[in-house]
Write a protein that binds this ligand. Structure first.
Ligand SMILES: Cc1cc2nc3c(=O)[nH]c(=O)nc-3n(C[C@H](O)[C@H](O)[C@H](O)COP(=O)(O)O)c2cc1C
Length: 407
């Protein structure tokens, strides 16, 4: 089992659907929600009719800050199709307690209420914490259903031996909320645990005079998502950014910079300490030579601005890193990936992430991105259009796979 600290880190910023079914242990789901909230997860609750007999929906709404979803049809809390809406939103589902009834339904793919329909509509990790009387747990049908769930890759936590309802005790007690939280944290691969990673973000600004600059349209969103996702996966993260950092840069050391020169200085200074560097910033290739030290005035006439090359942050980093450091470059293109392929095959990087910033839903300022991963051998793997957060996840998974292959 992970240490509580590692577990909490892995849960930060996660979207979790907590399904509660009608067992006596339902009251403990309130404490589980509280613990998940403390760990920084966003929790939305789904309750069966049975669960509502044991626990008030207002308790869950107050703890999670979200209205509880209790019905599949005519739901006021989650739109006309609550199960698909919740399934799309969630990073993982946890059902605690899972009654014998819910265990049976999920094992067999039934979807006749909002909880089981959400499980059926969800294609990510599902953690179930069964809780029931010993006789129910020992039923051959229950044992059969548990085997089906395990075979389907569902993650089960508990039950354990202990006090049950109505003064009974024995096997069937729900695992303690902290145990369920730890199991849930394990779902999110902690693949970057112990690594130091550096991410660059934003568009650099190259001074014309103390007031004006030459810049670009990069928002820093992609770099921010990369930094946050790396922190969630357990890395020590440095974000060297020319844009606004994430609202809550949890677990991320933010180093603000403005120009390509400053970015190069901050990145190169850390080169020898890094396990992974992902340079997602849009760094200016050119800057005004000899910027004016005082504000240029209209009365002086239009200035002639002569440009000179900026330091090449990526090339300079590759020269300075220790062997074994994974270096990832980004290439913002405006049609075709030819130049990105050239970058991937000539810079000495491990791979390049290319995106066409002119295609709809992709590139600067958007919340989504469609990228192509290009290997050092020039092999192109286009990914689907997805949120920048999911792109960040795909990039870190690719980094982890490469490092595992090289180990
Ligand atoms: C007092 C009481 C406690 C119950 N506790 C459990 C329990 O811990 N586990 C269980 O599987 N069923 C338990 N049940 C039975 C379920 O509530 C029942 O099977 C119900 O149909 C489950 O519905 P659901 O799975 O849709 O929530 C209990 C029933 C009562 C009346």
């Amino acid at each position: 089992m992970r240490t509580p600290r590692a577990g909490r880190a892995a849960l930060h910023g996660r979207h979790l659907v907590l399904g509660i079914s009608g067992g006596i242990a339902a009251y403990k789901a309130a404490y589980l929600a509280r613990r998940l909230d403390e760990a920084g997860s966003q929790v939305r609750t789904v309750m069966t009719d049975g669960a509502l007999r044991f626990l008030g929906e207002q308790t869950m709404a107050a703890i999670t800050g979200h209205a509880v979803v209790t019905t599949l049809f005519g739901s006021r809390q989650a739109g006309p199709s609550p199960h698909t809406e919740l399934a799309r939103w969630a990073d993982a589902l946890v059902v605690a307690p899972a009654t014998a009834n819910v265990v049976a339904k999920v094992a067999n793919g039934l979807a006749d209420d909002v909880l089981t329909a959400t499980v059926a509509a969800f294609d990510g990790p599902v953690v179930l914490a069964p809780a029931m009387h010993t006789e129910m747990w020992q039923q051959p049908a229950t044992a059969r259903n548990i085997r089906l769930l395990e075979g389907d890759g569902r993650r089960l936590v508990g039950p354990v031996v202990g006090a049950l309802a109505a003064g009974d005790s024995g096997m069937g007690r729900m695992a303690e909320p902290d145990e369920i939280l730890a199991s849930l944290a394990e779902v999110f691969e902690d693949t970057l645990s112990g690594l130091t990673v550096l991410v660059t973000a934003g568009g650099t600004r190259e001074a014309i005079d103390p007031v004006r600059y030459v810049g670009n349209r990069s928002s820093g969103k992609m770099g921010n998502e990369l930094a946050l996702e790396a922190a969630r996966r357990g890395a020590r993260v440095v974000l060297v950014t020319a844009a606004a950092p994430p609202d809550i840069p949890w677990g991320v050391e933010v180093v603000p910079v403005e120009s390509a020169e400053e970015m190069a200085h901050q990145v190169w200074a850390r080169a020898s300490t890094l396990d992974v560097a992902v340079l997602a910033a849009a760094v200016a290739d050119f800057r005004p030579a000899g910027p004016a030290t005082t504000k240029l005035a209209r009365s002086d006439g239009a200035p002639r601005i002569v440009l000179e090359p900026t330091p090449n942050v990526l090339a300079g980093l590759v020269e300075r890193v220790e062997p074994g450091t994974t270096v990832v470059g980004f290439a913002a293109e405006t049609g075709g990936v030819d130049r990105a392929v050239h970058k991937a095959t000539t810079y000495g990087v491990d791979f390049v992430v290319a995106n066409d910033v002119t295609s709809p839903g992709s590139g600067f300022g958007t919340d989504t991105n469609q990228v192509t991963i290009i290997s050092a051998a020039g092999e192109c793997t286009p990914l689907e259009m997805m949120t920048k957060r999911d792109v960040a996840g795909a990039i870190w998974s690719h980094v982890a796979t490469l490092r595992e292959d090289e180990a």
